[in-house]
Design a protein around this ligand. Structure first.
Ligand code: FAD
Length: 479
């Protein structure tokens, strides 16, 4: 007689290889019931762009599972209700999952574990999403790090907790079909209008797309990553972020592949370490999130709670639409809208502009990113916004205010990035492309630019905004 099935509950871990929960279920020898629950009421539920990704990622994952021998069960609603009733319906013996780290998720999983254990099911959770569990990386005196450099030194000296597990060719599924939702009925992809039309040109969601992206990066731009990563006009970064956010690839796999590329002489040790130290920021952000409940809403530096933010709906709208009149900011915000992603350097410039030039709370920006990024990630998004705003752990000091013109000139010197995403400025020479209002009338005319008509005047003067921001900052320092 076949043993009772093991349910594997998938969340942001949509991969067959290096998936400890799935691997353990398979090793148990019992039939495996893989389930994915779409719970739109839970914390950090996917925003619009992430739903587009989720649709395609689930499609790829279900097809891979099917080929291996198991059917993905799709359900919509609260996991706390669906999992126990599914376990009962299929007479399961156990429920496995990979761990999550946002305090709201930890609480939900703890409660589910208690309920299932009380009902007599075996429950096991596994480490899968990070290089190391947050409690495994501690300062010498105990407790979590709040500064990145010593955190990364400690983590990289130890390396990942575990070795990546191999891909699974065969998964023993259930003998009979279990009622499942149809993915298409979830309407995760936008229609009327299909604002995600441009996404498919740039992305290949799913496990094989993730590995292709890693391979292309390691065999190409990785060698010059340290130099190229700040130039938004180049394709010099890995673009792994949405794949990592949905767990189509694990950071342990990335770690091992990068080391292998170093060992084989494909890239220098220095290049490999630089790249992995960025992957390390992801673990650091998850540490911060794990130990700081409400980090997505409340500043980690408590003095920032009294910061005199402005209420500026018009400014916020101009920022969201990429119509601030600062070309590098607008190019970034339009890249986000067109592709669901924005280059890291430009994320920093655009975020700094919202928070420091417009004095709009960082939470507004984080919410917009959460809805529009395909890589929207509870830890990376909150930690990075707090980093830019100066309210985070190991953050950029508030008084260091980016000048959007000189940042554009430094990191997009020929203006190619701006030309791609702000085509109405494409005819301007590089000299004026980051500050069109400085161009002589004849130059504007020749380029077909009429400020205030074809492209906006700056929504705020940067020199004025800088002084205003520093004055605002002084008030919290005093309090
Ligand atoms: P690469 O340079 O190739 O880096 C490889 C991986 O390292 C990334 O995929 C990512 O997982 C990790 N990483 C790199 N930089 C950071 C960082 N600063 N913090 C944490 N992890 C990092 N990243 C997200 O994944 N999701 C978000 O929601 C997110 N929101 C951000 C918001 C703001 C305001 C800022 C300034 C940054 C944000 N980032 C976020 C971090 C970073 O911009 C992206 O991870 C990076 O641009 C993704 O592109 P890539 O995969 O080509 O990066």
């Amino acid at each position: 007689m076949e043993s009772p099935p093991v349910i594997v509950c998938f969340r942001r871990d949509l991969r067959l290889a290096d998936n400890p929960a799935l691997h353990a279920a398979r090793e148990s020898g019992a039939p495996v019931a893989p389930v994915f629950i779409l719970d739109e009421e839970e914390a950090f539920a996917p925003g619009g762009a992430a739903k587009w990704w989720l649709h395609r990622s689930l499609k790829a994952f279900a097809s891979n599972l099917e080929k291996a021998g198991a059917s993905l069960i799709l359900k919509r609603g609260r996991a706390a209700e669906i999992i126990p009733s599914l376990a009962d319906a299929i007479k399961a013996s156990a429920v496995y999952w990979n761990r999550r780290y946002a305090p709201a998720h930890v609480e939900a999983d703890k409660a589910l574990k208690a309920a299932l254990t009380d009902a007599g099911y075996e429950v096991k959770s596994f480490s899968a999403a990070l290089l190391r569990e947050p409690w495994e990386v501690e300062t010498k005196s105990g407790g979590p790090f709040r500064v990145y450099t010593p955190f990364w030194k400690a983590l990289s000296a130890k390396g990942p907790t575990r070795k990546a597990l191999p891909g699974l060719r065969k998964v023993n599924g259930l003998g009979e079909a279990v009622p499942s939702d149809e993915l298409d009925d979830w309407n995760l992809e936008p229609r009327n209008p299909d604002w995600a039309r441009g996404f498919a040109e740039m992305w290949r969601p799913g496990e094989s797309g993730a590995h292709a992206a890693l391979r292309e990066f390691l065999e190409g731009p990785a060698a010059s990553y340290a130099r190229g990563r700040d130039m938004p006009a180049l394709s010099a970064t890995s673009r792994l972020s949405p794949h990592l956010a949905f767990g189509e690839i694990s950071p342990v796999q990335v770690w091992q592949a990068t080391h292998a590329q170093v060992e084989s002489g494909g890239i220098s040790r220095q290049a490999g370490e630089k790249f992995l130290s960025e992957i390390g920021w992801r673990d650091f952000s998850y540490n911060l999130l794990f130990y700081n409940e409400g980090m997505d809403e409340r500043p980690l530096r408590t003095e920032f709670a009294s910061f005199p933010w402005r209420n500026d709906p018009k400014g916020l709208d101009a920022w969201k639409k990429g119509r601030t009149g600062y070309p590098i900011v607008d190019a970034g915000m339009r890249q986000l809208w067109r592709t669901g992603w924005m280059h890291n350097r430009v994320r920093m410039i655009a975020a700094s502009f919202l928070v420091k030039d417009l004095l709009i709370p960082w939470q507004e920006g984080a919410r917009w990113f959460q809805d529009t990024l395909v890589d929207a990630d509870p830890a990376n998004n909150s930690a990075s916004w707090q980093w830019v705003a100066g309210s985070g752990a190991d953050a950029a000091p508030f008084f260091r205010i980016f000048n959007p013109v000189s940042q554009g000139e430094k990191f997009d010197p020929a203006g190619d990035y701006v030309r791609e995403y702000v085509p109405e400025l494409a005819g301007l020479p590089a000299e004026f492309i980051h500050a069109p209002w400085k161009a002589p009338e004849a130059t504007l005319k020749k380029a077909g630019v009429t400020l205030g008509e074809t492209y906006p005047e700056p929504v705020v003067d940067h020199a004025f905004a800088r002084t205003r921001a520093l004055d605002a900052f002084k008030t919290i320092k005093k309090s």
